[in-house]
Design a protein around this ligand. Sequence first.
Ligand code: KG4
Ligand code: ZN
Length: 335
Amino acid sequence: MSVPTILAIESSCDETSASVISGGKVLSNIVATQAVHEQYGGVVPELASRAHQQNLIPVVSQALLTANVTKSELKAVAFTRGPGLLGALLVGCSFAKSFALGMNIPLIEVNHMQAHILAHFIDDPKPSFPFLCLTVSGGHTQIVLVKDYLDMEVIGLTTDDAVGEAFDKTAKMLGLPYPGGPMLDKTAALGNPDAFAFPVGNMPGYNYSFSGIKTSVLYFLKDKTKDNPDFVPENLPDICASVQKTLIKTLLKKLVQASKDLNINEIAIAGGVSANTGLRQTLQDFAKKYKWNVYVPAFEYCTDNAAMIAMAAHFQYLKDDFATQYVSPEPKLKI
Ligand code: KG4
Ligand code: ZN
């Protein structure tokens, strides 16, 4: 079989991204972040779709140019089918379908959450099967048992909010600018994680609940600011560090349990929240304590990017897993 050279598109949320992969090696990964949402303190779906429309062609051109690949060298075009925002997904899906038709090449539909996990196969060291992947993003919190590249089973998940949402919403309550997660992370680095105590939710099995901590932070702030309006500015790093510690503790408790029960010590993290420095550090500490081999993606492959879509598409291409022109986006696509 000839070496597959594939163009991949990611447009599920607020990053417009394109990547070229050849023979499993990522040649380019161009990401246009949409600044338009900053003033609203969160992603505005309609504005995301419009920005994808504007950004997509330049991002694709740049990805081809950086990879030094011409359109006629491409063997397939891949796109994120879901999960994500419908309007945003439609832009990438429509582009990829037209591109496939125009160039007469096959189309590959990729599951965004699978792709976050397959980002671990872009660079070395790569996990060996089976491994457990804690997949943590703005929309998802899952423990996934990864049996093979395209054979994954979700064994635990959040029953309400995603952990990324908990980061973002707490950050917003504390007056931190959008995007909240990375800002809370930065501020937490300056604070004492044991300054304040917040409750850790406990769900059955490997499941999570993150709506409780949001509410407890809200009541905590109401109580503390009652007599001291300057409480937040005076204690911001300590509050951030304490919230972050609680979220990390909750995430890792279930991961430790799953690792023990299934006797798996190949442990990975994926998704936007895996960029969190506290989580990355704690995972390294746990690696020593529990004799885990820990896999943490490079920062650029944690948050949304098309290189991970390209990596997934590569494995799908090798299995002749192609989509038809009848494919449409699926905002709630599951692993
Ligand atoms: O995977 P991702 O880029 O998009 C989704 O598919 O949702 O994840 C975005 C989420 C947001 O909630 C964002 O605040 C969070 O990842 N995030 C972080 C950090 N960087 C991104 N959360 C905590 N600390 C970070 N450093
Ligand atoms: Zn994502």
